[in-house]
Design a protein around this ligand. Structure first.
Ligand code: NAD
Length: 264
């Protein structure tokens, strides 16, 4: 695209939304046309932000001329963003996690008509960690794997979308489905564990941006692979790279790996 990408941000007053707004302001590839928040946040946003900045936080009243929507809101906000993309043909880049099966299916159907990029984690480091874990799981089939994740105390879903994506990658390395190998901590662990299963453990507290550790445990030895995000701008930067790449993209389900592959 020769002109700037006309961008809308859904969930704009949240932690990720604000990180995106900070970056997009100085990024000439984009023209920010909407900063969308929930009706309740719009009222708060009006008081908190609109009075002190030129930026207007709104709902989806006007949807004309949007090329790409970036969504970091919640399941409801994602549904509203998807309505807009389906109605206008805009591409959707979403990092929202904790989706139910109905939303997963809706996204798959919508990708037949519009371009959708989903990533449980937009960081380059996590993309590499995912690849390393897939390889380790494949090389060490009988070893137990646990994904331990830690996030701030406001996070709603657990295990995190990234932890589940890592679990899926480990299972894929073993040519299996995560559902067949997973033992979820929240369902209670059996006393003895079947060899080669994949478990999850969750830590919530303070302002932790996001930490993921994969323990790959054999007899008498173990491997530890980990990633620690200390600044959520890494996710925002990845989402903007994805948005620039998605403008005008053909319908389908795209991944952050597609964006990385196109750049190297
Ligand atoms: P947050 O709670 O700080 O922000 C969410 C924002 O969405 C809030 O401002 C809220 O007002 C807004 N919102 C809620 N309902 C809405 C609606 N109907 N329409 C428009 N806006 C609405 O949360 P956060 O930490 O910014 O995270 C948002 C989502 O992104 C979560 O699902 C989180 O797990 C995910 N996340 C993903 C990544 C990644 O790299 N993929 C990174 C961080 C967070």
């Amino acid at each position: 695209m020769t002109r700037p990408v006309r961008l809308a941000i859904s969930g704009a007053s949240g932690r990720m939304g604000l990180a995106l707004l900070n970056l997009v302001r100085d990024d000439e590839r984009f023209e920010l046309v909407r900063a969308v928040v929930s009706a309740q946040s719009a009222r708060l946003g009006k008081a908190a932000y609109n009075d002190v900045s030129a930026l207007r936080f709104t709902g989806w009243e006007d949807t004309a001329g949007i090329d790409v929507v970036i969504d970091f809101s919640g399941p409801e906000g994602l549904g509203a963003a998807l309505d807009v993309c389906e109605a206008t043909g805009a591409a959707l880049v979403t990092g929202t996690t904790g989706l139910d099966a109905a939303m997963e299916e809706r996204l798959s159907h919508a990708a037949e008509r519009i371009a959708i990029l989903r990533a449980a984690n937009f960081s380059l480091g996590v993309a590499v960690l995912t690849r390393l874990l897939r390889e380790a799981a494949a090389a060490l089939p009988g070893w137990d794997i646990d994904i331990v994740e830690a996030h701030h105390n406001r996070k709603e879903d657990a295990p995190s979308g990234t932890a589940l994506a890592l679990g899926h990658a480990a299972a894929a390395g073993r040519g299996a489905c995560l559902d067949d190998l997973a033992v979820y901590a929240r369902e209670g662990r059996p006393g003895a564990r079947e060899a080669g299963t994949i478990g999850f453990a969750v830590v919530r507290g303070g302002d932790i941006v996001g930490e993921h550790q994969a323990l790959i445990m054999g007899q008498g030895e173990r491997i530890e692979l980990g990633h620690r995000a200390t600044d959520r701008s890494i996710f925002a930067r990845g989402a903007l790279e994805a948005a620039a790449w998605m403008a005008g993209r053909a319908p389908g389900t795209w991944t952050i790996e597609d964006v990385i592959a196109a750049k190297v």
